[in-house]
Write a protein that binds this ligand. Structure first.
Ligand SMILES: [Zn+2]
Length: 453
């Protein structure tokens, strides 16, 4: 299963489309699952129907339900029931085998921990739907089942999926973890990097700044790593008003070719250009965009440490924001120093190798970011110097089958001037942190030329 990437975030939404190649309406293969998702007139309710390749007594959902299927789904097919066993949701028959079933879903907007939110409502009435929540697996031991979706909006509305805007219903073939599809009438916006769908409720200044920054971030990553994306990404920006006047929340997700940002602001932050809101939004955009390189164009091998991709995404973002003038050099230094200090504090609770299991995500983000900047400090001493995007570009270049891991990362680092010393410090962060790391981090970062350029 692919990794799920979630940053702090906010998103804004509207449905946009790019003139990409529309997925062909699928001719049902004999082993294909057909799933139809229909937004019911009136809103708030969805009708979903599955057609399986052959009769079964039980079918399992591919992804965890976090209790939401049990709470919000009503099985509409007689004789079938939904249950959960060992964390896996399944539909079972008390009687004969079944080949199809239907469910009525009362729309829910809940963000599960470290997983994709299934329904993301826009303030303008459109809704993003995560298709992966409906995927089912073939019975164990048999060939896998491809999945074809038919996405049916309300009359007069459309669907944006796979970078294409459709009037009326759309077909989509499932791949990977799934995708976000936008149901509604939010007009898509063509941008230099792809299609954007932006919630019409989002404050204009925030929408305009985000859409102006996005192509620059994508271009910075492509030129820095030397790796262009193979497809034009779709950017979904959803927005909401938080009932608490002083609150802000920012969330983000990436899927193959899709960046989704969700921004929720209290009344105190919505009226004018707010520098704090903008920095958070820009950092989230840059973090999520980085995942298109760190987790989709290239992939961390399982079970590579999450400090590589999540911390790497934070480092990409900080590098891009200072290079593109979103934050000042002073703010960059202040942020890097604070994040390095937080990493060192986090290491007092244990090494990075056990952090994901223990739910210590802050350790992975902060220390992974620091590791990338330690690599940058060493890379800045080569001739000609590299920044951390170029360092990562070398990791990608060396990646067999477009897959990288901790050892390939260390191997690029070790070949740089001062790289063995930096490698030693990062390896100790991963396996056996001790108080001497703080002094080593300080001196290694000072040697680097990039932060001061
Ligand atoms: Zn992330």
């Amino acid at each position: 299963m692919r990794r799920v990437h979630i940053a702090l975030a906010a998103f804004l939404a509207s449905c946009a489309h790019a003139p990409a190649v529309a997925p062909a309406a699928s001719v049902p293969a004999s082993n294909e699952v057909l799933i139809r998702i229909e937004r019911a007139a009136g809103g708030g309710t969805w009708r979903v129907a599955w057609r399986l390749p052959r009769p079964v007594r039980e079918v399992r959902f591919s992804r965890p339900g976090h209790g939401d299927r049990a709470a919000h789904w009503t099985i509409g097919t007689a004789g079938l029931s939904l249950s959960t066993e060992d964390g896996v949701d399944r539909i079972t028959s008390a009687g004969p085998p079944f080949r199809g079933f239907e469910v009525v879903v009362a729309e829910y907007a809940r963000k599960p921990e470290k997983d994709y939110q299934v329904f993301i409502p826009f303030t303008d009435g459109s809704v993003l739907v995560f298709t992966g929540a409906f995927d089912v697996d073939a019975p164990a031991g048999g060939p896998s089942w491809p999945i074809g979706y038919t996405l049916v909006p309300r009359p007069g509305e459309g669907v944006v999926v796979g970078g294409v805007s459709h009037r009326g219903k759309a077909a989509w073939i499932a791949e990977g973890d799934g995708t976000y599809a936008c149901f509604g009438d939010t007009p898509p916006v063509e941008t230099p990097f792809g299609v954007a769908v932006v919630d019409r409720g989002m404050p204009a200044w925030l929408r305009d700044r985000t859409l102006a920054l996005a192509p620059r971030v994508f271009a910075r990553y492509a030129s820095g790593t030397g790796q262009a994306l193979s497809e034009r990404p779709t950017l979904f920006l959803s927005y909401g008003v938080d009932p608490a006047p002083g609150r802000q929340s920012f969330g983000g997700w990436t899927l193959e070719g899709v960046v989704q940002l969700d921004t929720r602001l209290g009344a105190r932050h919505t009226g004018e250009e707010d520098p704090d809101v903008w920095e958070k939004q820009a950092r989230l955009l840059a973090h999520e965009a980085a995942h298109l390189w760190l987790d989709h164009a290239f992939r961390p091998a399982e079970p590579a440490g999450r400090w590589l991709d999540e911390g790497g995404a934070d480092a990409f973002a900080l590098r891009a924001l200072v290079d593109l003038g979103v934050i000042t050099r002073e703010r960059f230094q202040e942020t890097l120093s604070a994040d390095a200090a937080e990493c060192l504090r986090q290491l007092e609770d244990g090494p990075l190798s056990g952090a994901a299991r223990a739910g210590r995500w802050k350790a992975l983000y902060r220390c992974g970011e620091l590791a990338s900047f330690l690599a940058e400090a060493a890379a800045s001493r080569r001739d000609p110097p590299w920044d951390l995007l170029q360092f990562w570009g070398q990791v990608f270049w060396d990646a067999p089958d477009r897959t990288y891991d901790e050892e390939s990362w260390f191997s690029v680092l070790s070949a740089l001037p001062g790289g063995p010393e930096a490698s030693d410090v990062v390896r100790r962060m991963v396996d056996r942190p001790d108080p001497s790391i703080a002094a080593a981090v300080g001196s290694l970062l000072r040697i680097g030329a990039w932060p001061a350029r």
